[in-house]
Design a protein around this ligand. Sequence first.
Ligand SMILES: Cc1cc2nc3c(=O)[nH]c(=O)nc-3n(C[C@H](O)[C@H](O)[C@H](O)COP(=O)(O)OP(=O)(O)OC[C@H]3O[C@@H](n4cnc5c(N)ncnc54)[C@H](O)[C@@H]3O)c2cc1C
Length: 489
Amino acid sequence: MSEPNREKKRVAVIGGGISGLATAHRIHELDPNIDILLCESSPRLGGTIQTERRDGFLLEWGADNFITQLPWGLSLCRRIGFEDQLIPTDSAHRQAFVVRRGRLRKIPEGFVIMAPSRIWPVVVTPILSPLGKLRMAWEYFVPAYAEQEDESLASFVIRRFGRETYERLVQPLVGGIYTGDPERLSVQMTMPRFVDMEHQYGSLIRAVWAQAGRKRQQQSKGSSGARYSMFVAPKGGMDTLIDAIAARLPAGSVRLQAPVTSLQSSPEGGWKIRLGGDREESIHVDAVVLALKAMAASQLLASIEPTAAQLLAEIPHASCSIVSLGYRRDQISHRLDGFGFVVPLVENRKILSGSFSSVKYPGRAPEGKVLVRAFVGGACQPELAALPDDQLLAVAQEEFSQLLGIQGEPLLVNIARQNHAMPQYYVGHKQRVQQIDDSLSRLPGLYFAGNAYEGVGIPQCIHSGEQAAERMIQSFQEIAAPAPADVSS
Ligand SMILES: Cc1cc2nc3c(=O)[nH]c(=O)nc-3n(C[C@H](O)[C@H](O)[C@H](O)COP(=O)(O)OP(=O)(O)OC[C@H]3O[C@@H](n4cnc5c(N)ncnc54)[C@H](O)[C@@H]3O)c2cc1C
């Protein structure tokens, strides 16, 4: 896409999380002549993604893997030569549990977030009552919603499958992904696939069965099916992906401890960014990408575009704390024959979910030891995420002891606090994002990326960054080669 001999552009990417890195990488990939400045306020790249290695354990402070069904994460890994570093989840233990009356019960095989693709595992599961199972099966006959309006995830699931399936299975599964409250989360923004299934097939059960039938047909025709497990992780930890992207950026393009403290449109065109920190400085750039949390973006926009700033500030964010605990394997009586468990709110417990990190992926704990993580807080229990360290630790230990049968003290403890880190896409989020887009379209040369808009997962963050980069470069090209004047009149 680069054009020789044209004036060299200079652009700033503000924020060095996965969104900002993906943005900077895509800009460089499309036009290596562009001078990129990536400003990160903290002393390290990665944002909420952070990995720590201690006593032979590999601790993730936030994300520990990403989904492969959305293409953008894998595609970036391929393009930077990182694909061979990705490992699948351990196929021997691909199952998860849900807590029911204080015990871990297997989530019925084939149950994907809200729709069962297999009958027998649902028939025999002790998680649902006979009436609850009948009501779930009745989904086949529930007419599709005629309204096109958004609704909450809870309303969607209760309408289609009944309250029991919602409370005992879907709420904890969705709560685990979004650390959110499904009574307020928008179904359109968080689970659009299921809304499409309803519209297309009239029923989610019909949709998953039709899809399963197609898959079987493809397999019988010799197609090898999915090449990847549904989730993958970098063998050496999430920060190795961050380092690999950063290593592909031009030397000198990343500035750490460089918080952008203000942003102004420049009278001669482009933008003036002011860097705080040790070396205060004002820099002129042709275009800017804000790859920040919504609140940080709102602060920079307050004096430039107050409407967008206000809308951004109003996107709610949930906090959660992650307590990682290392044990000797013989301290835990549970078989740990899965990747972890989720906890329904109706169980009245103090953790959202538990992850068996060293079962999910190899290399997370030394031989003979295990690493487990408890997620505490989220939108429904914010007061628990904010507990002081000693109380958080006590909560995690007590819950794990009761649910997994743990004896004795942990060998390793780590508490990671992710404050206001998870944007909540409540009903109406789509319209809000549209309004933000509309008001920012009045500011040429300013672009957005991040998890606050169209997806919180790593692949979606990468996609948002890459789209911002592509739009920026397209606009440079349009400026360099203006459309021919309309001579028709
Ligand atoms: C606990 C937890 C678990 C998760 N697990 C998963 C998972 O397993 N899989 C998955 O796909 N997703 C997961 N996610 C979601 C995903 O990790 C995040 O949505 C994603 O990492 C956000 O990246 P980002 O770059 O948009 O934002 P951030 O990571 O928030 O990065 C923004 C960066 O901007 C910097 N910054 C802020 N203000 C300024 C300023 N003024 N100037 C310069 N820099 C500034 C910050 O320091 C930060 O580094 C998880 C999230 C959390 C919180």
